[in-house]
Design a protein around this ligand. Structure first.
Ligand SMILES: Cc1cc2nc3c(=O)[nH]c(=O)nc-3n(C[C@H](O)[C@H](O)[C@H](O)COP(=O)(O)OP(=O)(O)OC[C@H]3O[C@@H](n4cnc5c(N)ncnc54)[C@H](O)[C@@H]3O)c2cc1C
Ligand code: SF4
Length: 449
């Protein structure tokens, strides 16, 4: 039971905030700061320990937020870590990059628009655990059965940890040189420093999980000698924009920029002609989502002359959206740390053609669109071209329009897909939850053999 159930009346929500813009855009280090442990405990004490914790309902992992706030508010850091890791094997990831679905469903979000800082508290507990040595091996008694996990993104890592905990011998395969999937080769270091992944991978290796990297697994010929397989290969194919001029130089998929930047920071080198760099460029990001936002922060750090982000959908409402009332995830305008760093954002623009000069992109013709409301309750809004066209000058275009959902062939009963490959591009927390679920499904399958 929380010591003071009305602490939220006197203690305001306090976010640790980001490093100052002029400082953070000069490096790729983490932008988010941390509170001292006294303030962190005070933040946890704001939890009202609701009878029906909507935060718990909203979290795909089913994290027990009131319970770990309670332990944290009393300074019981180790207990808080135990509660947190009962449902989440990687709180140091979600604590940094989860959009915090839970906070949008917190009753304090509804009542005073100041939810408990659940995500930041989670990160603080995880860091304390590593610092103080609370992170313990997760390895069950061996069962003599072997499971291969293909793909080392969050879904694969989550499945691997749970299976290892249940006593299966786990080997994780990935075609990339280092484990982590999009955590490592998509999400920029300024959101998730890669040492955080390395640190956890070392624990997983110490727990006995094997990693076979640089192995491109053919789904039709899975590695032999395993009793079951978790297929966690993500959504590798980005959505393209096949409009006239697509062949021009200077047009890239978002991940070409993001992945290469992360690899460069990890010490890899690339021939000059293969470098994707925004230095001095007028960058146009096509796609208004989170991947686009990561492109903005990366381009700014590389020294872009200007950055513009365009989106085909209309600008979402600011603050509240009656279409997505509490406790749902609110579809409202989101301003990320990268947006704050300086970019122009525009909405309701469809890209019609790329314009080139000497084989390189120099502009994009866009047309304003109008969105007509859906005609039926479950229908979709209809897009109408308005004829209002203009040319946005640019010499570097980044396509950030999402990823195609893979079409999986019929899989044999011993192969279990999980994460984005199964659900389409989503969130780390959903991939982690799906990895846990698939581990359970594999255990059920193997127990019934
Ligand atoms: C730029 C970007 C930023 C994002 N930011 C966030 C964020 O801030 N917060 C958030 O919650 N979510 C974010 N996401 C979404 C999140 O990263 C994904 O939903 C999540 O990583 C999916 O996990 P996964 O394990 O299913 O797949 P992935 O992370 O894509 O991992 C799949 C792995 O499978 C490997 N693989 C694929 N095919 C093969 C093969 N044939 N053989 C061997 N290995 C193979 C790949 O190399 C990869 O390592 C972001 C996504 C992107 C692209
Ligand atoms: S994983 Fe995300 S949704 Fe779940 S408790 Fe943590 S921040 Fe909230």
């Amino acid at each position: 039971m929380m010591e003071k159930l009305n602490a939220f009346l006197t203690i305001p929500r306090q976010e640790a905030g980001y490093r100052p813009i002029n400082e953070r855009i000069t490096d790729f280090s983490q932008v988010e700061q941390t509170l001292n442990s006294r303030d962190r405990k005070l933040q946890a004490s704001r939890c009202m320990d609701c009878g029906v914790p909507f935060c718990h309902w909203a979290c795909p992992l089913g994290n027990k937020q009131p319970e770990f706030q309670d332990a944290l508010s009393k300074g019981k850091w180790e207990e808080a870590y135990r509660v947190l890791t009962a449902t989440n094997d990687f709180p140091e990831f979600t604590g940094r990059i989860c959009p915090a679905l839970c906070e949008k469903s917190c009753v304090l979000k509804l009542s005073c628009d100041a939810p408990v800082t659940i995500r930041e508290n989670e990160a603080a507990i995880a860091e304390a655990a590593f610092r103080e040595g609370y992170v313990r091996p997760i390895r069950g008694e061996r069962k003599g059965l072997r499971v291969a996990v293909v793909g080392s993104g969050p879904a694969g890592l989550s499945a691997a940890v749970r299976l290892n905990a249940r006593g299966y011998d786990v080997t994780v395969y990935d075609r990339a040189p280092l484990p982590g999937g999009l955590l490592r080769y998509g999400i920029p270091n300024f959101k998730l420093p890669k040492e955080v992944i390395d640190r956890r991978i070392q624990y997983l290796k110490d727990d006995g999980i094997r990693f076979e990297m640089n192995v491109n697994v053919d789904q039709a010929h899975l590695p032999e000698g395993f009793d079951a397989y978790a297929l966690c290969t993500g959504t590798p194919q980005a959505r393209d924009l096949q409009i006239p001029g697509r062949e021009l130089r200077g047009i890239y998929f978002a991940l070409e920029l993001l992945s290469q930047q992360n690899r460069l920071l990890d010490g890899e080198t690339f021939p000059k002609e293969q470098l994707v760099n925004a230095h001095g460029r007028h960058v146009l990001v096509i796609g208004g989502g989170d991947t686009g936002s990561d492109c903005i922060g990366t381009a700014i750090r590389q020294g872009a002359a200007s950055v513009t982000q365009i989106e085909i959908m209309p600008q979402p409402p600011i603050g509240q959206n009656p279409a997505t009332p509490w406790p749902q995830w609110p579809v409202v305008l989101k301003t990320t740390s990268s947006h704050e760093e300086g970019c122009l954002r525009r909405w309701s623009l469809a890209s019609q053609r790329f314009i080139g000069k000497n084989g390189r992109v120099c502009g994009v013709e866009v047309e304003e669109v109008q969105w007509l409301p859906a005609e039926t309750e479950n229908g979709r809004p209809t897009m109408k071209l308005t004829g209002k066209k203009e040319i946005i000058e640019t010499d570097m275009v980044l396509l950030a329009m999402g990823f195609l959902r893979p079409v999986l062939p019929e899989l044999p009963p011993l192969v279990f897909p999980a994460g984005d490959v199964r659900n389409g591009a989503s969130l780390v927390v959903r991939a982690l939850a799906d990895g846990r679920k698939v581990a359970q499904d594999i255990e059920t399958y193997l127990s019934n053999l």
